[in-house]
Design a protein. Structure first.
Length: 250
């Protein structure tokens, strides 16, 4: 079975490639390897004889217009090429709470991606994950204001990217679910508490404050917006265990 991983050289894609390559014919597809879903360069060739496509790509720009253009164009091009190639299973990685975060340009674009996949006629599986452990620094960066990290009040249930990759690998090699499944880590934290743990672990104290009026990626959230109502899979890696490893303290 041939599996094509779109975004195959990124954080999740590289782990998927490593996990699947010993048992399957795996192609890590990205602009770095000559496959571009926006220009369609190399796309038809990459999908030749492919059974499964896993899309873990992400927009190179998070500006509202750019991210919408990326996910809409990339997904439309990819699905059309898959139909021509006879692909039998399309898997995408999305984000828990996407449908609740439509004030955010990024999450509006992810919703468009999900809707295109569901309407494509290609058997699919949509996996929505919570924030990766690796994204703590990014959450802090996007929440910086006036020398502080200003966060909304809410819960998070972050997950190790390795656990995400493991679940995606099992999903991609199984029967298409034709539905959305939420996955998360084993622990829930207040968002501000999670980011404080991150800064403490890298010995870089920064002031983290909670503001009821603050937004997350441009959208207002409630206490449970960022956590699953009913997780279909819970990862086994705990945050303190993960962050204690020197290679993760950056």
């Amino acid at each position: 079975m041939k599996i094509v991983i779109i975004g195959g050289t990124g954080l999740i894609g590289s782990q998927l490639t490593h996990t699947l390559k010993d048992q399957y014919d795996v192609l890590a597809a990205s602009p770095n390897t000559g496959v571009n879903t926006i220009t369609q360069a190399g796309l038809a060739e990459a999908l030749q004889n492919a059974t499964v496509v896993i899309d873990v790509s992400n927009s190179p720009s998070f500006a509202t217009e750019d991210v919408m253009a990326f996910f809409k164009t990339s997904t439309e091009n990819l699905l059309a090429a898959e139909k021509r190639a006879g692909v039998q299973h399309h898997v995408i990685l999305s984000v828990v709470g996407t449908h609740k975060l439509q004030e955010s340009g990024y999450f509006r674009a992810k919703q468009v991606q999900e809707d295109l996949v569901k309407a494509s006629g290609i058997p699919f599986s949509i996996v929505r994950a919570t924030q990766f452990f690796e994204f703590a620094a990014g959450v802090a960066h996007m929440s910086a204001a006036d020398g502080k990290i200003v966060l909304p009040r809410g819960l998070v249930q972050p997950i190790a990217s390795a656990d995400v990759a493991s679940f995606l690998a099992k999903t991609a090699t199984g029967t298409p679910t034709n539905r959305i499944v939420d996955i998360a880590g084993p622990e829930r934290f207040e968002l501000d508490a999670w980011i404080r743990r991150y800064f403490a672990s890298i010995d870089n104290p920064q002031e983290v404050v909670t503001d009821a009026k603050a937004v997350y990626s441009g959208a207002a959230i409630t206490a449970t917006t960022l956590v699953p109502d009913d997780a279909g899979y819970v990862g086994s890696t705990h945050y303190d265990e993960w962050i204690s490893k020197p290679e993760n303290q950056r």
